[in-house]
Design a binder for this molecule. Structure first.
Ligand SMILES: [Zn+2]
Length: 288
């Protein structure tokens, strides 16, 4: 599933190409995304020009003129694909395309989503903060980097496992299953620990790794396991950097011990039990 680094990669690429472009035609598929019909989109989008795209967590706000925004979430498998004017980068026979925008300069922007868990809705900007999908989102960790103190305050009294805590979009918006495992490995924190039980010193290990892991992943255009692609239909390159995620049974890159997998809150967690010992582990790990 695309997480913050994948969505930020898409946002940056769209920011380089779509601002100022005006929609000539918009066509939608007859399918629903989750439960939502796309039938209203063509009328809402045709004639509007795109502004600078923004992002909070995993949500993209493709701002339009006239005080509107196209709210986009990639769900499990959503992709924005772009074809510049005079280039034929998008194949008309491509399946699962649910929105086809053609701009006045003949460049094209398509939304493809195989599993259809994504979201596309036009929302007035003055109602965006109260939108049910957006209003509960916590701070975006790249926009507002968390500190040890802010994380400890946010987790106060929480009995949920720290891995599950990091996935809670109301606490921090944008971290998903891949990066939560990586952050906790790099911070040498046992993913099973209750979030409310971490000390300030332990949060002081977690806080900088959040920005470091997400920042490194953005720099490599995110991680592709199956469906995520950039707007040029390319996979992300961060998969080669993963230290524990999707490496069960393989040697830990730090200690040589075995990376383990277990299911936590219905999601797979990957970790190194030797490097991520329980309470009292204050071992410092050199960055490789
Ligand atoms: Zn290890």
């Amino acid at each position: 599933m695309p997480e913050l680094p994948e969505v930020e990669t898409v946002r940056r690429m769209l920011a380089a190409h779509v601002p100022g472009k005006r929609v000539a035609t918009a066509a939608v598929s007859r399918h629903r995304l989750r439960t939502q019909s796309l039938a209203a989109l063509p009328k809402q989008l045709e004639g509007r020009a795109f502004a600078e795209p923004r992002r909070t967590g995993k949500f993209l706000f493709l701002d339009l003129d006239g005080g509107m925004t196209l709210l986009s979430h990639l769900g499990m498998s959503g992709r924005w694909l772009f074809s510049p004017a005079g280039v034929d980068a998008l194949d008309e026979a491509m399946p699962h395309v649910h929105l086809r925008l053609t701009f006045e300069d003949r460049s094209r922007l398509w939304y493809q989503d195989i599993r259809r868990f994504g979201m596309l809705r036009v929302v007035p900007l003055d109602r965006l903060a109260k939108d049910p999908s957006v209003k509960l989102l916590g701070p975006d960790p790249l926009e507002q980097p968390p500190t040890a103190e802010s994380l400890r305050a946010c987790a106060k009294g929480s009995r949920v496992a720290v891995k599950t805590f990091l996935l809670d979009q109301r606490k921090l918006a944008g971290i998903g299953n891949i990066y939560a495992s990586e952050i906790l490995f790099r911070a040498a924190i046992d993913p099973r620990r209750a979030a409310g039980a971490l000390s300030l010193a332990e949060w002081a290990r977690v806080a900088p790794e959040i920005g470091a892991v997400l920042g490194d992943a953005v720099a490599r255009m995110g991680t592709t396991f199956s469906t995520y692609r950039t707007i040029w239909n390319e996979p992300g390159q961060y998969g080669e950097q993963l230290l524990v995620y999707d490496r069960p049974g393989q040697p830990c890159r730090r200690c040589g011990g075995e990376v383990k997998r277990f299911v936590q809150g219905g999601r797979a967690t990957f970790w190194c039990p030797a490097c991520q010992r329980g309470r009292g582990n204050t071992r410092k790990h050199a960055q490789s």
